[in-house]
Write a protein that binds this ligand. Structure first.
Ligand SMILES: [Zn+2]
Length: 230
């Protein structure tokens, strides 16, 4: 039987390193076990200094990007906290091409993905809106004997993970914040609407600073010391 030509994919296949799907499902928890934690993983990744990564860090990160991409939480279910345990296996399918193999993004692609992600979050925080383009292909292979079909989604940089990101932001964008502590400025997913600091430590540091500044402001008579003028 003549093997069908999938020439469109040959170039992409040459470029990538492949791993077993098991290598991705094993590390799924590292990119967050709930939708909010998964979004937090994306925010941390967006701010991460890629130039400081070791060889081992790179190997982990390339797999984490695939895990983030592969676990697409349906838009209408993303707000449920229980959803991740209930997801069926076909929703959690890791994109594979060729069948049974998972392409890892290259280091260069990871940098492109990070840049795209950072721009989305920055734009969202600044303008209150952002758009996410999805650049992926759905691969459908038809068995010539009419017995089987193979179906997968193959993402491409820079929008690797874009579908997951769009669904997560669609549910939680109002809770994505930049920490108001001026020495921190971390991005985080707030657990409630009136939370503006990423940690209690940042909140108390900012409160202390505000308090000190207010003391420096209008002076009380007891503290008064005339300024020397020249
Ligand atoms: Zn903070």
């Amino acid at each position: 039987m003549r093997r069908p030509k999938y020439s469109k994919w040959e170039k992409a296949r040459d470029k990538h390193e492949f791993v077993e799907p098991r290598q991705i499902t094993e590390i799924e928890d590292r990119v967050g076990a709930t939708p909010q934690r998964r979004l937090q993983w994306a925010l941390d990744f967006a701010k991460r200094d890629l130039n400081s990564l070791t060889v081992g860090d790179w190997a982990n990160l390339r797999r984490e990007v695939v895990a983030f991409d592969g676990w697409v939480i349906p838009h209408d279910q993303v707000k449920s906290k229980r959803v991740l345990k209930q997801l069926r296996d076909d929703t959690r399918r890791v994109p594979t091409w060729p069948p049974g193999q998972v392409p890892l993004p290259t280091e260069e692609e990871v940098r492109q993905i990070q840049e795209a992600l950072r721009i989305v979050v920055e734009t969202l925080l600044r303008d209150g809106e952002a758009s996410i383009g999805i650049n992926a292909s759905f691969v459908i292979l038809r068995d010539p004997r009419g017995q089987r079909v193979y179906f997968s989604r193959v993402p491409r940089a820079p929008s690797w993970g874009g579908l997951t990101l769009a669904n997560l932001l669609g549910a939680f964008a109002h809770l994505v914040r930049e920490c108001r502590d001026e020495t921190c400025r971390a991005w985080f997913v707030a657990s409630r609407a009136n939370k503006w600091y990423c940690r209690t430590r940042c909140q108390s540091r900012a409160t202390t600073r505000k308090f000190r500044r207010s003391k420096v402001g209008p002076r009380k008579p007891g503290n008064w010391a005339p300024k020397r003028r020249q």
